[in-house]
Design a protein around this ligand. Structure first.
Ligand code: 5GP
Ligand code: ZN
Length: 136
C-alpha cells in the first residue's frame, strides 16, 4: 500500500525506532506513545485489521507479544500492561495496517483505557450467547 505509513516503516522508507524484526513482524516504539515504553508490533504484509489477518499469523504474533511483554516488564520494571488492538475508526484505529499495542502501565500514570459496563439481564446475556455460540 503506497500511502500506508506502516508499510513505509516496514520497508524502511520512513524511519522507526525498531527493537526487533523477523520475516513476518517488525516491532517498533510508538512515535506518539500513551506511556513510556509503548511498543507496536506490526505485521509486515499490509492487512488492515483482524478480519483480514491470517489467523495462524495472528497466533504467531501473539506468541511474539507474550515473549516481548515479559522482556519489557523485566527491563523497564513495570508490573502492569494493556495489550490493545483497534479495528475501525469507531474502535479508535487511526493507522489501517494491522498492529498490536503493548502499553506499560505505571502506578498513578493517569491513563484511562476504560469503559462503562452495561447492566444487562441474564436473558440478554443468553440471547447474545445464542447469537455467538461457535462451532469452529
Ligand atoms: P491505532 O490508533 O491505529 O490503534 O494506533 C496507531 C498508532 O500509531 C498510534 O499509537 C500512533 O501514536 C502511532 N503512530 C502514528 N504514526 C506513527 C509513526 O510515524 N511512527 C510510529 N512509530 N508510530 C506512529
Ligand atoms: Zn500498510
Amino acid at each position: 500500500m503506497s500511502d500506508c505509513i506502516f508499510c513505509k516503516i516496514v520497508n524502511g522508507e520512513l524511519p522507526s525506532a525498531t527493537i526487533y524484526e523477523n520475516d513476518e513482524f517488525k516491532v517498533i516504539l510508538d512515535r506518539f506513545p500513551a506511556n513510556e515504553g509503548h511498543v507496536l508490533i506490526l505485521v509486515k504484509d499490509h492487512v488492515a485489521n483482524i478480519y483480514e489477518i491470517d489467523p495462524e499469523k495472528a497466533g504467531r504474533l501473539f506468541t511474539l507479544a507474550a515473549k516481548i511483554a515479559r522482556i519489557m516488564k523485566e527491563r523497564l520494571g513495570f508490573a502492569h500492561m494493556n495489550v490493545m488492538q483497534n479495528n475501525g475508526t469507531v474502535a479508535g484505529q487511526t493507522v489501517f495496517h494491522f498492529h498490536l499495542h503493548l502499553i506499560p502501565r505505571y502506578e498513578d500514570d493517569g491513563i484511562t483505557i476504560a469503559y462503562q459496563p452495561l447492566d444487562l439481564t441474564d436473558a440478554q446475556i443468553e440471547d447474545m450467547r445464542k447469537k455467538l455460540e461457535l462451532s469452529l
